[in-house]
Design a protein around this ligand. Structure first.
Ligand SMILES: Nc1ncnc2c1ncn2[C@@H]1O[C@H](COP(=O)(O)OP(=O)(O)O)[C@@H](O)[C@H]1O
Ligand SMILES: [Mg+2]
Length: 289
């Protein structure tokens, strides 16, 4: 089976490791005329941090949204802990233990920092179901301190925070859940160097604990090599590279992307030239008929 699907020899087919917490086979997704994903095969082992790479528009966020139950794939199958996984919604995905920080952040601007942290898992008093605000504030403070992100006031609306602070809250919310699979779509975007380092430290801590498995989209290859156990790169709608980070380097990853860019540009030029030739040939045929 590996042979027939691996016409491109560098495309890695799904492996059925018994410790895979997540497996994705032959996922495709189109948006009208745009093919975002063609044939994606991916797996994630328990306790592993997988770096998902790819150019802008490669389909990384689309894949994350499919895994997160936010979008449905056109084709393909997914498995969580070996069981078929067809999330009906983000809540359904969450019930399967999958939590996501989206690239386009899902914070509610008008709500306070601590309310955002407890979004959809609000603490309530019993038996009278009132929001346990004091408890949430206390727990929010602990959660943010754990990450080491400095947010002086947690009762202000998140609309008043910087991009990096908002990102930190989204990451804190996810990491504080009892998810066992965490998806982070560009968690360091909009963050300063110090905040970014804190998030990477946090990921390293989670990795040490070994409880959660993480797929993380990062742009900086130095960060990728530092934080991830393995890298997968999406090119042309499929996974083109799947390697342990110990077997690759910033140079190799950069070369792959640059070469792919050159190849795509040459192909575009050739197609344009062919189209122009066909047009002029068609024109002549038209006048001859
Ligand atoms: N909801 C959508 N509607 C139409 N096109 C989309 C939608 N989401 C993504 N796309 C397109 O799919 C491709 C992949 O996008 P995306 O997954 O966001 O890429 P990446 O995260 O790798 O930059 C892009 O061409 C993008 O414009
Ligand atoms: Mg994206």
């Amino acid at each position: 089976m590996a042979d027939e699907s691996n016409a491109k020899t560098d495309v890695v087919g799904p492996t059925s490791a018994s410790d895979d917490v997540l497996r994705v086979e032959h996922i495709s997704k189109r948006f009208g005329p745009v093919t975002a994903l063609k044939d994606v095969n991916l797996h994630l082992k328990k306790g592993e941090v997988l770096g998902l790479l790819g150019d802008n528009g490669a389909g990384k966020s689309t894949l994350i949204k499919i895994l997160a139950g936010f979008q449905k794939p056109d084709t393909g199958t997914m498995y969580v802990h070996g069981q078929p996984y067809e999330p009906k919604s983000v809540d359904d995905a969450r019930e399967h233990g999958i939590e996501t920080v989206y690239q386009d952040l899902a914070l509610i601007d008008e709500l306070s920092v601590y309310h955002n942290l407890f979004l959809r898992k609000e603490r309530v008093h019993k038996p009278v179901p009132l929001l346990a605000n004091r408890q949430m504030k206390r727990e929010a403070r602990v959660a943010l301190d754990q990450i080491g992100i400095n947010i002086p006031r947690i009762d202000v609306a998140v609309a008043r925070l910087s991009g990096g602070q908002r990102q930190a809250i989204a990451v804190a919310r996810t990491i504080n859940s009892d998810a066992d699979i965490i998806l982070l779509d560009e968690p360091l975007a909009a963050m300063g160097a110090k905040e970014g380092a804190m998030i990477l430290d946090l990921v390293a801590r989670l990795k040490e604990e070994g409880r959660v498995s993480i797929i993380m989209i990062l742009h900086n290859y130095v960060h990728v090599l530092q934080a991830c156990d393995r890298v997968s790169m999406i090119q042309d709608g499929a996974i083109a590279i799947d390697k342990p980070t110990s077997e690759t380097s910033v140079e190799e990853l950069t070369d792959i992307v640059v070469n792919e860019y050159r190849r795509a540009r040459e192909e575009a030029h050739r197609e344009e030239a062919e189209a122009a030739a066909a047009e002029s040939a068609g024109g002549e045929a038209g006048t001859a008929a």
